[in-house]
Unconditional design. Sequence first.
Length: 252
Amino acid sequence: MRALLLGADGMLGQALQRVNPGHTLLPLTRRVLDLRELSGLDALLATLNPELVIFCAAVSDVDRCATDPEAWAVNVEAPAAFAARLPTWFVSSNYIFSGPGPHTPDTTPSPVNAYGAQKAEAERRVLAAGGHVVRTGWLYGPGGRNFPSSLPRRLGVEPVRALRGWPVQPTYVEDLAAALWRLPTGVSHLIGEEECDWFTFATEVAERLGAPPPEPADALPWGARPQDARLSPATLPGWRDGVGRWLRGRRG
């Protein structure tokens, strides 16, 4: 099957390429296709002739989404444009919810920031066009620039502060990619089954690396974030298993 992959150079896009079960991949990055300007989209699709698209591109800087008008184009208009043209699997976020969780696939979105609102609107448009939505959250693994993915690089080099008491479901990106390639239909939750807080996760990584532990924090200086964005069902492997595989892979 000819699968167009948007966001191919991101953490999930790279993982999808590594665990590709045999599809003919058409990976696109922002250097090849500017999702802010899609006037040539029909011509591109006619040339590439994909049978489906996995849309994991995003402006994922949560605070930037509140001020950058281009975030709406990438996060909302672009996935809707693809869904209107061919079968689309849109990777969404648990940030469409606030709390209390866990939230099921039919829970009404209640975002507390622009990023969550953009993801919720994109979901609505993709589903209306007959596409599919995969929600996930708190990814970690190779190629990531977010907090959990940065820990092996930062621990022991600089002070690391990690939130206590903020429940998350860490999700190893390789597990998400493998599950996403099953192309689940409708609205699906693909997220790690094991919960912890940021501090517990960072402490575990530090211990496995033999690095100094993180500093606990009760708040960090950023904009609005959901207090409880846990998803249900949570069926991907737990984070302790994933961290072990991730760190072994870094040493290999």
